[in-house]
Write a protein that binds this ligand. Sequence first.
Ligand SMILES: NC(=O)c1ccc[n+]([C@@H]2O[C@H](COP(=O)([O-])OP(=O)(O)OC[C@H]3O[C@@H](n4cnc5c(N)ncnc54)[C@H](OP(=O)(O)O)[C@@H]3O)[C@@H](O)[C@H]2O)c1
Length: 251
Amino acid sequence: MKIILITGVSQRQGIGFAVAKHLGLEGHNIIISARNLEQAENLAQELKQDGVNVTSVKIDLLDLDSIRKATKFIEEKFQKIDILINNAALMLNSSAKFIDKDMDELNIEFQTNVTGTWYVTQQFYPLLVASGEGRIVNISSGAGSFADPDFGIVNFPGAGLSQITFDYPLPAYGLTKLALNGLTIKMAKEFKNDNVLVNAVCPGMTATRPGAADFGARPVEECVDGIVWAATLPKDGPSGQFFRDRKVLPW
Ligand SMILES: NC(=O)c1ccc[n+]([C@@H]2O[C@H](COP(=O)([O-])OP(=O)(O)OC[C@H]3O[C@@H](n4cnc5c(N)ncnc54)[C@H](OP(=O)(O)O)[C@@H]3O)[C@@H](O)[C@H]2O)c1
């Protein structure tokens, strides 16, 4: 059984909670984190009622001290982690165009999705190495690729999305995920000799917000398999790649 840390588990409809529940019901030891500890604690209570072995901890990607404290707490309690799922991220004012994007908002998006994820991974890296078979999943997005046929920077909005009206040609969010994808490749190269496999996974358009299903977003349960698969790859599994539903996505 693995010790698994998942960031950004704050709402019941979220991808992080669905993945935590799935892996927890398989018997793994789950650590869920959120920037609002109370929300993580409430969700942990629910998982406990389902028989999941779960711990909750505060991790705010904009508060590096919270990341250091969480690392210390988990190191003392577990001495290692086997799997890190970098799920936390945010998108602010997605309708802002390049020309009127607020620079403070832009900085917060990059600090959260890129710098914060980098720092979490850096801090927990020794605990992943201690596992001997560490795995990292960076939850990314087709919007963070150039070539995804629907969401990629070159193609968005692609033919598959033609029935939906989009009025945001350059959401900063996509660029943060492009950076995360690049980071995934860099990490994979650097972590190779420590048997730590790292991959980016796009969950697909997923109904984690009210009304999202009306735009074709799929039920959250459907994205879980591809994330769990990447989190539990065997020793000779891929590293430094980008997947959706176990299939390689173009960068
Ligand atoms: N849903 C989709 O269609 C879709 C598609 C492609 C990729 N994704 C990715 O999937 C992941 C999960 O998204 P979701 O759809 O499940 O939405 P979500 O429930 O909002 O998940 C995002 C999580 O990140 C957290 N977060 C935001 N800022 C944070 C910070 N400074 N520190 C720590 N946590 C922070 C949020 O916490 P708060 O509740 O406190 O804000 C929330 O728990 C994200 O990486 C997202 O980019 C989603």
